[in-house]
Design a binder for this molecule. Structure first.
Ligand code: ATP
Ligand code: MG
Length: 176
């Protein structure tokens, strides 16, 4: 049976994605590298890797009921993952509600036989790849505010020239 590469993420609204795109453009003269396409920008909560189609279907069916408390996330800095040569935008560390969302998600995924990676959760939005230096530039003056009310389940499909993302399910927003 074929496997599908999946991850859970927060997906930005179009205006927020546009602002993140501006952050990417602003960092590029300093860092070099390749700007991520605006429509692909996201914050990964849980990377599952390849899962069998049957499990992928079960997760997609269960995702609408994985409601999350709505919240706000402030992205106030650039950071670099040196080994991966990535420039990202994010908070300094995971705020408690986001960490709880990550932990709760993995706790639930354990029921499906999936285990969290040993590394700590580092919330970030990848803006540039193949950067040419190790130090991030100073951030723009105004932080970005991300208001979220749902998580999305995304399939990552290889294509020539990189991966393509397809949203396969999303959680129902809680009514206010
Ligand atoms: P490609 O790997 O083809 O260059 P990609 O990294 O955008 O493209 P995926 O590797 O499918 O696509 O990753 C999807 C998302 O999950 C990205 O946000 C990526 O940073 C994240 N991710 C990938 N591998 C891991 C991992 N081992 N641990 C945590 N997050 C990961
Ligand atoms: Mg990858």
């Amino acid at each position: 049976m074929s496997a599908i590469r999946l991850f859970f993420a927060l997906w930005p609204s179009p205006p927020l994605a546009a602002s993140l795109g501006e952050w990417a453009q602003a960092a590029r003269p300093h860092c070099g590298g390749r700007v991520m396409r605006t429509e692909t920008l996201h914050l990964t909560l849980a990377f599952l890797g390849p899962v069998e189609a049957q499990l992928a279907d079960a997760l997609a069916a269960a995702t609408p009921d994985r409601c999350v408390p709505p919240g706000e996330l402030e992205l106030d800095r650039y950071g670099v993952f040196k080994r991966q040569r990535i420039l990202w935008a994010g908070p300094r560390e995971a705020p408690a509600p986001l960490q709880a969302m990550h932990d709760g998600l993995w706790h639930w995924l354990a029921d499906y036989g999936l285990a969290a990676p040993p590394q700590p959760f580092r919330p970030h939005v990848t803006l540039l790849r193949n950067i040419e230096r190790d130090d991030p530039p100073p951030p723009p003056p105004d932080p970005l505010i991300w208001r979220y009310d749902r998580l999305v389940l995304v399939a990552s499909e290889s294509q020539t020239g990189g991966s393509r993302y397809r949203i396969v399910a999303q959680s129902r927003p809680l009514s206010p």
